[in-house]
Design a protein around this ligand. Structure first.
Ligand code: HEM
Length: 390
């Protein structure tokens, strides 16, 4: 058994995790971090294996550091295995179809254009609050029908739900997550308009009434879709601006060839993945890459490390929007739990970059970019940027 004292949750590693991920990948297919009692999987091949092998690596005990029964939340999709997971996923999958995205696209396009126009009028902006956070807020409102409270509350709730997966869980985040669920039940659901995803889930139990009528299943489903798409997409949009500020030649390429934008989105997901890791648990003894893993183990799959694995991606630290296999990243997970909202995240990021490409020649840094100490989501607290007009 390979034991390590390299802790992915150390504040230094949170700021710039990539050199640390490199060390971890070199150690082997899986290493045991005794201090926290977790198994770390950082290589692409092994990470992909664990995510796809849902029979040996269960999600039913939770996918964050803390096990589900310990923090009290169970989401019907992410915290479930087949056949329960299959039933729940079929109940909502239709809302994320190609046709559903085609219906959503014009409103997202208009919103992205408006946001970019307003930001251009200012010029020197803080990109998180001006650009990266408002678009997911609006997208999720359009998608679900939930009319949220103010943006600051939404940002705090989105952050808190991501933080539930953290190793050093702050009671404040657990409280905020509870507040958001209580608000949804008491105010969000009663105010839902007719004919929206929220109503389809709450009143009809999703497609063919597959979601249980009693208990929390419908509410937890709506809650998970509602909040899963806030911090995640917000992180992706800000990470994209940051990447293009760092590599102006890549932005020039986007502007010269806008048809590269969909692949550029995949490359941002690969190069600076919004979610650092997700967990699986073993119910029986098993192995990863030839190394034995006991029953009842907590396995931390570090997708952000797998996405920089030189055995999978050539010159992996290079940000290259023309990379032919960028889409092989694990930033959305893989297999049965592959991100349900991936089509939405892709749609909003493509429209966002398209709107920016038409108006912005260059992103210039105007101050220090501050990374969030969030242990689950790699995002910015603040990203001061000048939008140099085209
Ligand atoms: C850049 C944005 C996003 C990223 C990087 C992301 C990432 C992920 C990942 C890695 C998983 C798999 C978790 C696991 O294997 O345990 C996942 C699942 C999920 N995501 Fe996303 N996500 C994003 C946006 C969204 C959005 C916009 C929504 C909703 C509108 C959403 C809803 C979900 C749901 C419901 C699941 C559970 C799927 C299942 O277990 O079957 N996500 N996401």
């Amino acid at each position: 058994m390979l034991v390590t004292d390299l802790d992915p949750y150390h504040p230094d590693h949170l700021k710039n995790p990539y050199p640390f991920y490199g060390k971890l990948r070199e150690l082997g297919p899986v290493t045991f971090l005794g201090e926290r009692g977790i198994w770390l999987v950082a290589r692409y091949e092994n990470a992909s294996y664990v995510l796809r092998n849902y029979r040996d690596f269960t999600s039913s005990l939770g996918v964050g550091f803390t096990r589900v029964p310990d923090h009290g939340y169970r989401y019907p999709l992410v915290d479930n295995d087949p056949p329960e997971h299959t039933r729940a996923r079929r109940a909502v999958q239709g809302h994320f179809s190609r046709a559903a995205m085609t219906r959503l696209r014009p409103a997202i396009r208009d919103a992205a254009t408006e946001l970019v126009e307003a930001a251009m009028a200012v010029g020197d902006i803080e990109a998180v609050t001006t650009l990266a956070q408002p678009l997911p807020d609006l997208t999720i409102r359009l998608l679900t029908g939930i009319e949220p409270p103010d943006p600051d509350t939404m940002a705090a709730w989105g952050d808190a739900v991501g933080q539930l997966a953290s190793a050093d869980l702050d009671p404040l985040h657990a409280k905020l997550a509870t507040d958001s669920l209580e608000w949804l039940a008491a105010e969000g659901v009663p105010a839902l308009p007719e004919h929206c995803m929220g109503r389809a889930i709450m009143d009809l139990g999703g497609e063919n009434g597959r979601l249980a009528e009693d208990g929390l299943e419908r509410l937890m489903m709506l809650d998970s879709i509602w909040l899963a798409g806030i911090d995640s997409s917000g992180s992706l949009l800000a990470n994209a601006i940051n990447a293009f500020a760092e590599f102006p030649d890549q932005w020039d390429a986007v502007r010269a060839r806008p048809e590269l934008i969909p692949n550029a989105v995949e490359e941002v997901l690969r190069w600076d993945s919004p979610f650092r890791s997700f967990y699986r648990r073993t119910l029986a003894p098993t192995s990863i890459g030839g190394a034995s893993i006991p029953a009842d183990s907590d396995v931390c799959v570090i997708m952000a490390a797998a996405n920089r694995d030189p055995d999978r991606f050539s010159d992996p630290d290079k940000f290259d929007i023309t990379r032919p296999d960028a889409k092989a990243h694990l930033a959305f997970g893989a297999s049965i739990h592959l991100c349900l909202g991936a089509p939405v995240a892709r749609l909003e990021t493509i429209e966002f970059l398209t709107a920016l490409a038409g108006r912005v020649r260059r992103f210039e840094r105007t101050g220090e970019a501050v990374r969030s100490p969030n242990q689950a989501v790699r995002k910015f607290c603040s990203l001061p940027i000048r939008l140099v007009p085209a």
